[in-house]
Ligand binder design. Structure first.
Ligand SMILES: Cc1ncc(COP(=O)(O)O)c(C=O)c1O
Length: 386
């Protein structure tokens, strides 16, 4: 059996939506983007959304709009994709890493206080795999030191915890619509927030700081425009917005399908020696973006699965150990033991809504056979030690 890691489910709905955009004169940012922003804000239960071309850009301009810049430190997690840190650097600030909870991989709010300095300006928590961090605890720390919070929700469009959703206890929540994300247009992103004062600034920051757009010119006829502040080229096009809007109708069904797959994995892997499944906190709606497991000898296990036709990937090896971030920020192995423990063991199993349960059973079976083949030895370790 061949089990791919991921398959998108875009098809005729999205093609029809693109065709409608092609029948209109504006391909770039226009009415379809505005409609997406309004409906996406409803979906994430925030007052506003501004669409951009990536989550990386979203994080960067959200930080900039909130006044974070050169000389500032921003606390975040090393257990994430590099974009979380590069966005902070792009905003002119310095990422400061804090270790993660050993059983979830999310930033440990209890450890954030020790990393505060007079230069700390913001926290960027990452809702890893789709499970929200402890936002109430992070909010309390932020309040005690007058910090902004910008949430990295690249994995977490659908998530909720303790009755709150991303953006409700923070200044902004940033989303990714990259090719493998729960909602995708190939490449895209958005910032969700409640503070109306951010709307105009984020729209300037996403498009060169220009006070008129191509769509304005089409509507009003040519008018001279001004560059009123520095901005980037991060706008989303009507084509991408149409692809995203076409998926809204099957959004809930896809989350339900992901949850069914996760439940099947949980059942199939329970009792398989040496396999640790990350914990899910009570009162959480897990967005189920990825289904990782943590095993010793991860690279050998991945190779064995590959030989069985099963594709897996790694999300993530801790980013303070990448050559560039380690050297430029001055981190080394041993600095964040929990992130390093997870990073040495994590592998993401095949996981996408159209995957069938028989494929999940096959993956679980192959993992169980490999564990058995170790002849009863505790080859894959026992689990987190602290
Ligand atoms: C946790 C996390 N943050 C940020 C990003 C960056 O998203 P984008 O590719 O939309 O810039 C990703 C992308 O994979 C991610 O997984």
């Amino acid at each position: 059996m061949h089990v791919p890691f991921y398959r998108h489910d875009l098809g005729q709905f999205e093609l029809d939506a693109i065709a409608k955009v092609f029948a209109q004169p504006i391909l770039t940012t226009g009415d379809v983007v505005a409609e997406f922003e309004s409906r996406f804000a409803g979906l994430i239960e925030l007052r506003h959304a501004v669409a951009v071309n990536s989550c990386t850009g979203a994080l960067q301009i959200a930080l900039t709009a909130l006044g974070v810049g050169p000389g500032d430190e921003v606390i975040t997690t090393p257990m994430t994709f590099i974009a979380t840190a590069t966005a902070i650097i792009q905003a002119g600030a310095r990422p400061v890493f804090v270790d993660v909870e050993i059983d979830t991989g999310n930033i440990d709010a209890a450890k954030v206080v020790a990393a505060l300095t007079p230069r700390t300006k913001a926290i960027v928590p990452v809702h890893l795999y789709g499970q929200m961090c402890d936002m109430r605890a992070l909010r309390a720390v932020a309040d005690s030191a007058d910090l902004k919070i910008v949430e990295d929700c690249a994995h977490c469009v659908e998530g909720a915890r303790d009755g709150i959703r991303p953006g409700q206890l923070s200044d902004a929540a940033c989303y990714s619509f990259f090719a493998t994300k729960n909602l995708t247009c190939g490449e895209g992103g958005a910032i969700g927030f409640n503070d109306e004062r951010l709307v105009a600034d984020l729209k300037l920051l996403r498009l060169h700081g220009m006070d008129k757009t191509a769509s304005d010119r089409h509507r009003e006829g040519y008018q001279h425009w001004d560059m009123v502040r520095f901005g980037w080229k991060y706008n989303m096009s009507n084509i991408e917005a149409a692809i995203l809007l076409a998926q809204f109708g099957r959004f809930d069904a896809k989350l339900a399908a992901r949850q069914r797959l996760a439940d099947r994995y949980d059942t199939g892997l329970s009792g398989v020696p040496g396999i640790v499944v990350p914990a899910v906190r009570p009162n959480s709606t897990h967005a189920r973006h990825l289904f990782p497991v943590w095993v010793d000898d991860r690279d050998q296990v991945m190779a064995a699965l590959r030989a069985d036709g099963i594709e897996t990937v790694v999300n993530y090896r801790p980013i303070h150990l990448t050559s560039y971030l380690g050297q430029t920020l001055g981190y080394r192995a041993g600095d964040f033991p929990n992130a390093e423990w997870i990073g040495a063991r994590t592998m993401s199993l095949p996981f996408y809504p159209a995957m069938d349960l028989a494929a999940v059973d096959y993956v679980c079976g192959q993992l169980a056979m490999s564990a058995d083949a170790k002849d009863g030895r505790a080859k894959w370790g026992g689990g987190p030690s602290s």
